[in-house]
Design a protein around this ligand. Structure first.
Ligand SMILES: Nc1ncnc2c1ncn2[C@@H]1O[C@H](COP(=O)(O)OP(=O)(O)OP(=O)(O)O)[C@@H](O)[C@H]1O
Ligand SMILES: O=C(O)c1ccc[n+]([C@@H]2O[C@H](COP(=O)([O-])O)[C@@H](O)[C@H]2O)c1
Length: 198
């Protein structure tokens, strides 16, 4: 049974924060691999400043630089946009894998707006990785108000494949204060200038 972390994101562009949380998640959750799901279009984000999918996928592949991090645009191939549909399809296609959803803390305040979010949390556990400034809002969020009764202690994080669902674990990790928003603000040439690293 392979243990896989799923990191869904816009990756507009990918950066060191994505790599850092993936490596920490691999260690703390004893993952075999982390799959970066480069989203064709986040259903809740505007498409206006979204770089084309091939540019974001290329950025993710350049940034991953790790034999156990795999970046793909599998949602484009599956034709899924909502996380619940992507996860259902992956669970169906990979019965030999166990999946856990990985997310930075900034995801929690908006999680209750995701399509069938409670059903998503009934399908797979979620690990929330600390992000500077976001933890307060994350812990006060409507999704956390619902999910906190199933919160697991981080000392037990490696046991996640055996957890009954829903299950949520918050992992305190060293924060990397980098964001795609800050990179775009600094680098108006993204994604035209494809040869640099962030
Ligand atoms: N520095 C970081 N620390 C922790 N988690 C992060 C960090 N950067 C991104 N993430 C997480 O990675 C996932 C994908 O993030 P995304 O591609 O939207 O990057 P972003 O930097 O948050 O982008 P933007 O600033 O455009 O919203 C999300 O779960 C997000 O919370
Ligand atoms: O399923 C949903 O309704 C849903 C709503 C908003 C965001 N998501 C997913 O959340 C992930 C993080 O998105 P982002 O843009 O914040 O990096 C990415 O995989 C999105 O497809 C999913």
């Amino acid at each position: 049974m392979k243990r896989i972390g799923l990191l869904g994101g816009s990756f507009n562009p990918a950066h060191a924060g994505h790599r850092h949380i993936s490596i920490e998640a691999m260690r703390r959750l004893r993952l075999d691999e982390v799959w970066w799901l480069v989203s064709p279009q986040n259903p809740l984000k505007s498409s206006s400043d979204m770089a084309p999918l091939p540019a974001r996928l290329a950025s993710a592949r350049r940034t991953a630089r790790h034999p156990r991090i795999r970046a793909s645009a599998i949602e484009a191939r599956l034709g899924t946009r909502f996380a619940i549909d992507t996860v259902a399809a992956l669970q169906h296609r990979h019965p030999d894998c166990r999946f856990i959803w990985l997310a930075g803390a900034d995801i929690l305040p908006e999680l209750h707006r995701w399509h069938r979010w409670r059903d998503l949390l009934r399908r797979l556990p979620i690990a929330v990785l600390a992000r500077p400034r976001y933890m307060g809002d994350a812990l006060r969020s409507p999704a956390m108000a619902w999910a906190r009764r199933w919160r697991r202690r981080q000392g037990t994080a490696a046991d996640w494949p055996g957890w009954t669902l829903p299950a949520i674990v918050v992992l305190d990790i060293r924060a990397t204060p980098v964001s795609a928003t800050a990179i775009r603000a600094r680098d108006p040439d993204w994604p035209r200038r494809m040869d640099h690293r962030h």
